[in-house]
Each structure stands twice: as structure tokens, then as C-alpha cells.
Design a protein. Structure first.
Length: 443
């Protein structure tokens, strides 16, 4: 029974994420406190078992990742859909899209950021998002939108820098039903986004794989704003909560503050008000709550000594990205992203070097591999080099850069030739003997 439970609820990602999705979906007035109490206590037990299983040995778990399969682009563009057809299509994908938004709070933006720059036309990006939704490629639509709002916060149908899944769904809904966005349009301002990423269309599918379970990475999913707001909301009823429920809440917040070192996530005026009520009480049952509240408050005032804006930050809920900004300084993330973006930019000297190396190794089986070894800038990736070669027009597509299989002829020695002849002669004699015996018995 225990093995079956472990193989199901700890191994499969769908079961590991059940509680996180339930916490995200909590809304006061719709979900009862009794239900949320049961969920929080179950999460506490679940995490306790996970910590026990991963304390002294590795635990295998099943993960999921995106897998892109190439398919040739269709020469004929899809016909323009009417408003009724768009609404019908939206009704089909709405539920799956919202679930995808909930399950993918941090969709990878690497591929989109490679081509998305300040010079990219906003209309071309909007077409890409709408086309992805029409093709039911939900992950691509979400990641493109999130990459775009980093460049144009508030300009792309109201997409701001930080948005919850419900607001993101509204933005995607407005964009999808907009009649001014035509994914089949071939206007002069349209950027061929697909070809900037690849010369072919890509189908994004999900594949499963086995991995070593990382408890800290799993705990990071609980740093979601909605999850934290749910825990902090339940903490406001500390006087009527059971001691066990208060312990479960504080234990989760302790993991986030101490283990993940994200104390700024709790720097909110509503949380501090709850801390004030706890510290003002002289009840012995709040001993654990008092110790935790004092630690968070001391951490806040220590940071406020060097950053007076911390008192303004109390008005807003934070994200893990905001924690980095508050800890390492405002603008840190933007600087890091700028540095990453600069890695993908090729200078004129680098392009000239790449062209020379391509001419040198164009007859080799692994063209890109040889170029990577010879490049002056050793921080270039194989994918980046291949993309730049295509962009410079040195080859028509990436297919021309694929490794060529080389079959080498191995010369046989005299001894090996003699041995092969001997084996062949012996096999031939044995076969003739079998045939002789077979036909000798026949009349």
C-alpha cells in the first residue's frame, strides 16, 4: 500500500501539483475556511513525507518538458476567421488555456528573447500570439506574450510586467478576438517571426522523463503570490485556528523565509498587521508565531536601514523576482537580462570571423562543431551559431548544417582475410555435407 502511494503521489508531477493548484484557486467567499484548513494540513503532511524521503537518499520522480517537433510550413495561409468562428474557437481553448497559465507561472522565455527586440513590430508579435492560439499552441502563445510585455509593459493590450493568470487570460482574450490582428496578413510591417526562430514551423508537445527529485525546486512553486496570500489570509484567523493549523501555516512560511531565503515575500502591510496582533497577545499558544514574526520584522527593519523605500514596498505583494531586486538592488534583473541579450548580438568582426570559418569548414561533416571550437568567443552556443549562419545567408536553412554521417572503410589485414576465407570454406563444406546427407536418404 505504501509503495503504491509513493509511486503515485510522489512520482507523477500531476499529483505533486494538485495542492499548489488548489491553493492558487482559493478565493474568500467561494471556498470555505474548513476546506482550506484541510488542504493546508494535507500539504503540511505531504511536504513532511517528502522531506523524510529525500533526507538521506535520492528519490526518482517523473518530470515533463516541452519537445518541439518540426513540420514543414504550409504554402497556403489559413483563411480569415469570422467573429463567430473566433468566439467558438476561444470557447474551445479557454479552459485549457487558463489551466496552462496556472501550471506555467514561469514559462521559459529564452527562445522568444532571442528574436524579440525593441525593433520588432508589436503587430507582428500580436499576430504570432493569435496564430499560436488558433493552432492550440498554448505554451508558445503564453511565452511570447510574457516576453513581449518585458519590452513594452502596458502597450500590448494592457499586458503589464507582473500579472496574475486571470488578467493574462483577459489580455489573451482581447487580443484573440481583435479584428485588427490578422495572422494571415502579409503586410510590409510584418516580421517573419517563424523564420527568425527556425525555417520550419514547430509543434510543441510535452514529453515525460525520469529525474532526481529536487525538493528545493519543488518548494519554489509555493512562492507564488496567490499561494502566499492564501496562507497569510488563513493566518489572520490565528485566534480561532487550531494550534496544529497555525503550526502548519508557520512551517510553510518558515520554509519560504529561511530555507529559500525569500523573507521579502512577507513584507506586506496586511501580514505585519497580523504579526502586530500576535505580538500584542500574551498567550502561550502563540510562542512559535511570535518567534517567527520577530524574525521577519527584524529582517525588514535591517533592510529598511539601507533602503527607505521598504516602507513603500509594504503596500505591494512581492514575487521572487522582486526579492532579488530588494536584496541586490533595484534594476539588478534588468541588468542581468541586458547582459544575456548582449550574448546573442553578433558584432561585425564576429560575423566576418564566422564567414571565414564557414568557408574553411563547409566541407566538413560537422560544420557547426568545427566552427564552435575555432571561434574566438567561446560563449557561443551551437544553436546560436547555426541561427547566425542562416541569418547571414550562408546557407538556406539549418538542414544544410546537420551533421553528415561518415562511413569509414576499414582495411582488412592479411590475417583477417585468411581467417574469413577459412570460415567461409568450413561453412561451405558443412552445408554441402548436410545437403548430401539429406538427399542420400531419399529414394
Amino acid at each position: 500500500m505504501l509503495k503504491s502511494f509513493k509511486a503515485t503521489f510522489f512520482y507523477h508531477q500531476e499529483y505533486r501539483d494538485i495542492f499548489i493548484n488548489l491553493l492558487k484557486a482559493f478565493k474568500p467567499g467561494r471556498t470555505t475556511r474548513t476546506t482550506m484548513k484541510n488542504i493546508i494540513e494535507t500539504v503540511h503532511l505531504y511536504l513532511h513525507l517528502l522531506e523524510h524521503l529525500t533526507s538521506d537518499k535520492k528519490m526518482l520522480a517523473m518530470g515533463k518538458r516541452k519537445k518541439r517537433q518540426k513540420r514543414k510550413s504550409s504554402n497556403q495561409p489559413p483563411s480569415k476567421m469570422t467573429a463567430d468562428q473566433l468566439q467558438s474557437k476561444w470557447s474551445e481553448i479557454q479552459v485549457a488555456l487558463f489551466q496552462t497559465l496556472l501550471d506555467n507561472d514561469a514559462v521559459e522565455l529564452e527562445e522568444q528573447e532571442n528574436w524579440l527586440t525593441e525593433d520588432t513590430e508589436k503587430m507582428a508579435v500580436a499576430r504570432t500570439v493569435k496564430e499560436s492560439l488558433l493552432e492550440s499552441d498554448l505554451l508558445k502563445a503564453i511565452s511570447t506574450l510574457r516576453a513581449a510585455r518585458l519590452l513594452w509593459p502596458g502597450d500590448l493590450y494592457g499586458a503589464s510586467h507582473e500579472m496574475d493568470p486571470e488578467k493574462e487570460l483577459d489580455v489573451l482574450h482581447n487580443l484573440f478576438l481583435s479584428t485588427s490582428i490578422d495572422p494571415t496578413s502579409n503586410g510590409t510591417t510584418e516580421v517573419d517571426v517563424e523564420n527568425l526562430i527556425n525555417e520550419e514551423d514547430e509543434i510543441c508537445e510535452t514529453e515525460t522523463y525520469e529525474m532526481d527529485f529536487n525538493l528545493e525546486k519543488f518548494l519554489q512553486k509555493f512562492t507564488n503570490q496567490k499561494v502566499l496570500q492564501t496562507y497569510c489570509y488563513m493566518l489572520t484567523f490565528h485566534s480561532t485556528n487550531s494550534d496544529h493549523l497555525n503550526h502548519c501555516i508557520v512551517k510553510m512560511l518558515h520554509r519560504i523565509v529561511i530555507k529559500l531565503k525569500m523573507a521579502p515575500l512577507l513584507f506586506h502591510i496586511s501580514v505585519f498587521r497580523t504579526f502586530h496582533e500576535i505580538l500584542a497577545s500574551s498567550s502561550i499558544r502563540y510562542k512559535e508565531l511570535e518567534a517567527f514574526a520577530k524574525y521577519v520584522l527584524l529582517h525588514f527593519f535591517k533592510m529598511a536601514e539601507t533602503n527607505p523605500l521598504m516602507f513603500v514596498e509594504l503596500l505591494f505583494w512581492k514575487t521572487p523576482a522582486d526579492c532579488i531586486e530588494l536584496t541586490e538592488g533595484y534594476g539588478t534583473l534588468r541588468q542581468q537580462k541586458d547582459k544575456e541579450r548582449l550574448k546573442h548580438i553578433w558584432k561585425r568582426e564576429e560575423e566576418e570571423e564566422l564567414a571565414e570559418l564557414y568557408e574553411k569548414y563547409m566541407e566538413e561533416p560537422d560544420i557547426v562543431g568545427n566552427i564552435l571550437v575555432a571561434l574566438t568567443n567561446q560563449n557561443r552556443s551551437r544553436q546560436g551559431v547555426a541561427r547566425q549562419i542562416v541569418k547571414m545567408g550562408l546557407v538556406a536553412s539549418r538542414e544544410d548544417l546537420k551533421k553528415k554521417k561518415v562511413f569509414k572503410r576499414v582495411k582488412w589485414t592479411t590475417e583477417e582475410d585468411d581467417e574469413l576465407k577459412h570460415i567461409w570454406k568450413r561453412e561451405e563444406e558443412e552445408e554441402l555435407a548436410e545437403l548430401y546427407e539429406k538427399y542420400m536418404e531419399e529414394p
